[in-house]
Design a protein around this ligand. Structure first.
Ligand SMILES: Nc1ncnc2c1ncn2[C@@H]1O[C@H](COP(=O)(O)OP(=O)(O)OP(=O)(O)O)[C@@H](O)[C@H]1O
Ligand SMILES: [Mg+2]
Length: 193
């Protein structure tokens, strides 16, 4: 057989694995418990993880965070959310640029913002965000924001977008401090909405 076919088969298998892993997050009820997590540490880890990709894409990631900020969450899930949003920011900037990540808190909430200088999202497309398989990317599965939204909802949070075409996008996560504890019930029951 032509060796080129092996390459195609391998890369398609990789894609299948990626999709099925994301499906598992959506479908499988997993026993998870909330822990007090340093969000700054998680964000720094994620930036470190995608550092070589940023360098390759000519992207500078700026972290505007305090020394530490503790919040009750499932660390692995929050990490997945941050990875998905940071990757979307990268993928929106084919010619490079800056991504600014901000972590803020008020008495009631914790906010995490991912601001890019990318292609932006039109108002019509903003409505489509998070629908299964909605993607504008050749290599995209269109599951990133579906998984992201579900995790954030299960953590009693919300995700909002502000965007201007060819200027950039801000993805803003809001997590309620008050209700963090009740998120545990949702996480355990794996409530689908
Ligand atoms: N920061 C952003 N700037 C511009 N467009 C965005 C941004 N984030 C998301 N989008 C748009 O939303 C679509 C859906 O995003 P989503 O993360 O769900 O899937 P994807 O990135 O295409 O694929 P993947 O499953 O690999 O994440 C993207 O294809 C893109 O068109
Ligand atoms: Mg994505």
């Amino acid at each position: 057989m032509n060796p080129q076919y092996y390459e195609i088969m391998a890369s398609e298998l990789e894609r299948i694995e990626l999709i099925s892993n994301e499906m598992l997050v959506l479908a499988k009820p997993q026993a998870k418990s909330l822990e007090s997590v340093d969000m700054v540490k998680v964000l720094k880890n994620v930036v470190f993880l995608l550092d070589s990709q940023a360098l390759f894409l000519n992207i500078e990631v700026k972290l505007e965070v305090a020394e530490s900020l503790m919040h009750d969450c499932v660390e692995s899930e929050m990490k997945q959310v941050f990875i998905n949003l940071l990757k979307n920011a990268f993928e929106a900037m084919p010619r490079g640029g800056e991504v600014t990540i901000r972590l803020k808190e008020t008495a009631e909430s914790v906010y995490v913002e991912f601001e890019d200088q990318g292609v932006g999202i039109s108002p019509e497309k903003i409505k489509e965000l998070g629908k299964p398989f909605f993607t504008t990317k050749e290599q995209g599965t269109g599951l990133g924001l579906l998984v992201t939204n579900k995790i954030i909802k299960n953590h009693n949070g919300s995700l909002d977008y502000e965007s201007e075409l060819n200027k950039g996008t801000v993805a803003r996560i809001k997590l309620e401090k008050q209700n963090a504890a009740s998120a545990e019930v949702k996480l355990a029951a794996n409530v689908m909405e």
